[in-house]
Design a protein around this ligand. Structure first.
Ligand code: ZN
Length: 323
């Protein structure tokens, strides 16, 4: 069975708009495909898995066609974690390390990425269709707390003002997560006392639902989040709440690398640098850091890249002439 993300709303019995939304994701096949392409030490693998689960939870609420890219720029043995999740919940991820620094089996989040306190968390929303005037958005904040969830909550708190809490866990088999988010109330009741009263009541009610949901979610332990299937977990945690549960959304691994994109990257490096590498190495070999797929460009390919303004001509595998 493929991986699924489950969305639900609290307080579904009332006529008012729901004050809190929830999501649970369980990634098994997706996580396996990301993991099998790399060999990471246990603490790094856990950290990456949590970030992968979080990326699907946050992407599922975006009304936007493009990619959500989450990066942790670390100052410890892990220099960079990148997770990219598309609007269709296809995801890819990779990690870059500082050279020759050993990673202890019990290394914490702080040991790995915020050892000197200079770690940063970066979120980029990269629209697919920029011709319609959509610009990429990027937010950068210092890393806070000692977990992926704490770092993300810190980010959300600084940037979005919507109360959001995450519970994340990853092991060798699963990358799972739960998200709760307090939704904005309708209307402001600016003109009439009556409206203000109703608005205050709605606010108090929303705060109560939110407090209850977070209290129940806080009873969740790591093992339960990893082992229990999402539907059972939802019922077990929020058994006393009236939930509206949506049709689950599929999630999957997918890498968006192509020969054209690698070619565009080479062009952006410039002809001089490419020529230098060619004369040194005899050809250019690029491995996709996300999926390990290899792309090779020989002297003729590279000459074509720079000879024509239409790079597409240069990126097709060359036809070999028989002598
Ligand atoms: Zn790739």
């Amino acid at each position: 069975m493929s991986d699924r993300l489950h969305k639900f709303l609290f307080d579904a019995g009332s006529s008012a708009r729901s004050p809190v939304r929830g999501e649970i994701v369980s990634l098994t096949a997706t996580w396996k495909q990301i993991k099998e392409r790399h060999r990471y030490a246990e603490p790094v693998m856990r950290l990456l898995g949590e970030l992968v689960a979080a990326s699907t939870l946050l992407s599922a609420n975006l009304k936007f066609n493009g990619a959500l890219v989450m990066q942790i720029h670390g100052d410890g043995p892990v220099r960079l974690l990148v997770v990219e999740c598309n609007a269709d919940l296809t995801v890819r991820a990779t990690v870059k390390f500082a050279s020759d620094i050993a990673i202890a089996d019990d290394a914490s989040f702080t040991d790995l990425v915020n050892a000197q306190g200079h770690g940063r968390f970066v979120i980029t929303l990269d629209p697919r269709d920029r011709t319609h005037g959509q610009q990429a958005y990027q937010g950068v904040v210092p890393l806070e707390g000692d977990s992926v969830a704490a770092a993300l909550e810190g980010y959300m708190h600084r940037s979005e003002q919507l109360d959001t809490q995450l519970w994340l866990a990853a092991d060798d088999e699963h990358a799972n997560g739960l998200l709760l988010q307090k939704l904005p109330l309708e209307g402001g009741g600016k003109n009439f006392d009556f409206d203000q009263h109703a608005h205050l009541e709605a606010q108090t009610h929303a705060a109560e639902v939110w407090e209850r949901a977070v209290t129940f979610a806080n009873t969740l332990d790591r093992d339960e989040l990893l082992r229990v299937d999402p539907q059972t977990l939802m019922r077990r945690l929020f058994w006393d709440e009236t939930l509206a549960v949506y049709e689950p959304v599929p999630c999957a691994f997918r890498c968006s690398c192509t020969r054209e994109r690698v070619a565009a990257m080479l062009v952006s490096l410039g002809e001089q640098e490419v020529d230098e590498t060619l004369s040194e190495m005899g050809g250019i070999h690029v491995d996709c850091e996300f999926c390990n797929k290899s792309y090779d460009f020989d002297t003729v390919d590279c000459a074509q890249l720079f000879a024509t303004s239409n790079t597409m001509d240069g990126v097709r595998p060359p036809v070999r002439l028989q002598h």
